[in-house]
Design a protein around this ligand. Sequence first.
Ligand SMILES: O=C(O)CCC(=O)C(=O)O
Length: 280
Amino acid sequence: MDEIKKINAISSKAFYEEYLIPRVPVVIRNVAPWAALTTWSLEMFRQRFADRTIPLLGELKNMGEFINEVECSTEENPVPYLKELPLAEYFPELMKDLEPTATAMTPNWLANNLIPKKMGTRDGFCELFIGGPGSGFFMLHYDAHYVNTFITQIQGAKDFTIVAPDDTPNVYPREDRPNMSQLKDLSNVNLQQFPLYENANPTNVRVEPGETIFVPWGYWHASRIVAPSIAVAISTANAENWGLFLEDRSYSENTIKKIVKKSIFKLAGVSEKISAPFSQ
Ligand SMILES: O=C(O)CCC(=O)C(=O)O
C-alpha cells in the first residue's frame, strides 16, 4: 500500500472525490475546531469524572483510579486499554465538545436522531479510547457493517498499521468473524504459522494530537500507543455505504422505512395510533 498522506482540513466535496469514494486512507490535520482538542486531558478526566464508573476487561472501574494507572503504563508493564466505550452513554456531557461535525464526516446518518438505538449504532457511533504506552488495539481488524471510521487523536500519539482489502488473504481472517484477523499482534507475527503475511504490504503512520486518521470500510487496521493517549473514533454512513450497511445488518428498505416512521412520531411526541389516519 502507498504511504498514507497527511493533509490539512478539506472541503466535503474534495474529501468525497479524493478519499471517500476511491476509499483512500488519509490523515487530516485540524479536522474541526472541537473544544475536545484543547480541553480534554488525562487531568481533566481525573478532575471532572474521578467517581464515574467504566467497564474494563469485564469489571467496573473508577475513572480516577484508571487515569492514575494510565500515567504509570509502560512497555514492560502496560495497563489495559479502555477501548470502544460509547461516549454518549458514559460521558454524555462531553458529546458537545465534538461539535461542529467535521466536514469530512458529513453527512453522518448514524448520528441522526431518526436512526434508533435499536439499529445498534446511534449511541455507539462515537467511541472513546484511553490508554498508555505498551497497550493498543493490536489485533488487526476492519470495522463491521461497512462503516467508515475517523479516529481523532486528542492527546498522546499512536502508531497505526493499515492493510488494504486486497491483502485480505494474506492476513488470515477468522472463519467465525471475518473482520478479525488471526494475527493478534503485528509486532510479533509467527511466519511459520502465517507464511502468507510475508506477501502483505502494510503501511505505518504515526497519528499525533489534532490529527484524524480516515479508515475507509474494509481496510484492516491495528494500533500501538506511544504516549498516553486519548482518542475518539467516529463511524459514519451515508449514501456512499448506506446500501452495504443495511444489507449487512439484514435490514430491508421496508423495515427501515417503518423504523424511521416510528422515530418521527416519537420525536414529534405523537402516538402512531392517533396519527394513523394522517399517515397515509
Ligand atoms: O484508536 C485505536 O487505538 C484503534 C481504533 C480502532 O481500531 C477502531 O476504532 O476500529
